[in-house]
Design a protein around this ligand. Structure first.
Ligand SMILES: [Zn+2]
Length: 246
């Protein structure tokens, strides 16, 4: 049964949209419920080299893929490092390249970076509790997470992964520092948290908070590129941090 506010929304729609509009709305709502949150992964057949795509739910850990070229089937188990952020990046790429829905692509790119930071925050809080012999309190961790806006969360997670945070990590990694300086003019060493916020979260906030849909292909490409780059940096920091556990 729909919640009261859903019904109110539906009544508003009825007065504003013609009957055929309601039918289309209902049809796509039903479809959306069926497909839940999907991402599309690029696939390549080992035996024949045919390339294809496979849609999966973001919470899938494995799937079966049938090659459209030779008919060979493969059972694919997803890499544990293909986390929520990387899956949502694929969804952002799909919206950009296949649907050309630039606002949605930007929204998904920002969602990807934000979700990945939250996931890492929970993961490393849990590990810190385990190492200290404390009971992990999921509700408390969730409350702490909710209090953090993007920039403090970005800095807190980076600190959990590397002493001195992302700035120290970048300074200790010359190739990464060079990539930032040469390929990402929107990012500056010394203000990375603020720059990621400006480049990725601000456009998302303009869409989500103000309904601003003026963004074009270049805006979406830049946002996706910077969000993906952020995810890669945090994945590398996570790998470094994991080595210290062994
Ligand atoms: Zn094949």
């Amino acid at each position: 049964m729909a919640a009261p506010h859903d019904q109110a929304f539906h009544e508003l729609s009825l007065s504003a949209v013609p009957p055929w509009g309601i039918l289309i709305y209902e049809f796509y709502s039903a479809l959306r419920q069926e497909s839940v949150m999907q991402v599309e992964l690029p696939m390549k057949c080992g035996p024949c080299g045919t390339e294809g795509k496979q849609s999966i739910r973001v919470d899938a850990s494995s799937f079966e893929w049938k090659c459209p070229g030779c008919g060979a089937t493969a059972y694919v188990v997803l890499d544990l490092d293909l986390t929520i952020g990387f899956l949502l990046v694929e969804r952002s790429r799909y919206e950009l390249q296949e649907k050309r829905d630039y606002a949605l692509s930007i929204t998904m790119a920002a969602f990807a970076l934000d979700c990945e930071l939250s996931r890492l925050f929970i993961k490393w809080t849990r590990i810190a509790d385990l190492v200290a012999g404390r009971q992990f309190d999921a509700a408390k961790c969730e409350r702490e997470l909710k209090r953090l806006k993007f920039i403090p969360k970005f800095k807190a997670v980076a600190e959990m992964l590397y002493p001195g945070g992302i700035e120290a990590y970048v300074q200790q990694t010359p190739a990464l520092a060079a990539t930032i300086q040469q390929k990402f003019p929107s990012l500056h060493i010394g203000s990375l948290a603020e720059d990621f916020h400006k480049a990725v979260m601000k456009p998302r906030n303009a869409i989500a908070h103000e309904g601003d849909l003026h963004f074009d292909k270049k805006d979406a490409e830049r946002c996706l590129s910077i969000a993906s780059f952020g995810l890669n940096i945090f994945r590398d920091m996570d790998l470094e941090r994991r080595k210290l556990l062994i």
